[in-house]
Design a binder for this molecule. Structure first.
Ligand code: FES
Ligand code: FES
Length: 180
């Protein structure tokens, strides 16, 4: 039986239900909170921390809409437990630019019309960010591979790939990308 976030055992002893203390860095800010151990990283980000930029598509690791960057690697948030973020550095699309200023990757996507309905876009931006941090001069085949897990129903991918190629160039020029 649940009451105010506590489970009440038969003996009448109140056991705390939200019993995992999670501490991690989200978009450069320290976060420290109690969570239920079974929730996904996606539920934590969208439902508890209310960052709706990370999308939920399939929920089973097939579409890439939920892609976030954890310690520099692009991962599917729907396939991770929130507790796996403990002690790690997490980037979501909300942490992409600096205030009102768009990141060169975002600007490049706009300039190349790489966004239509936009549902897949946060995930593709995150995959691109991880790719360019690891490989600032990716070949076309490497770009295709990096976004292979991000499904888009609108753009046909050509504009996305062109946007990423240009974004790589802009990031090299502006040095606006790092492995963090
Ligand atoms: Fe996570 Fe589709 S919602 S991969
Ligand atoms: Fe619509 Fe990609 S822009 S799914």
């Amino acid at each position: 039986m649940l009451y105010d976030g506590y489970a009440i055992e038969k003996k009448g002893v109140r056991m705390k239900k939200n019993n995992y203390h999670l501490h991690f860095t989200l978009n450069g800010e320290e976060k420290s909170l109690e969570i239920e151990p079974g929730i996904s990283a996606l539920a934590l980000i969208r439902d508890i921390l209310d960052l709706k930029g990370t999308k939920e598509g399939c929920g089973i690791g097939e579409c890439g809409a939920c892609t976030i960057v954890v310690d520099g690697k692009a991962v599917n948030a729907c396939l991770m437990f929130a507790v796996q973020l403990d002690g790690r550095s997490v980037l979501t699309v909300e942490g992409f630019g600096q205030g009102e200023e768009l990141h060169p990757i975002q600007q490049s996507f706009i300039d190349h019309h790489a966004v239509q309905c936009g549902f897949c876009t946060p995930g593709i931006l995150m995959s691109t960010r991880a790719l360019l941090a690891e490989n600032p001069e990716p070949k076309r085949a490497e770009i295709v591979k990096a976004i292979a897990g991000n499904l888009c129903r609108c753009t046909g991918y050509q504009s996305v790939i062109a946007g990423i190629e240009d974004a790589a160039e802009r990031c090299r020029r502006s040095q606006k990308i790092s492995k963090k």
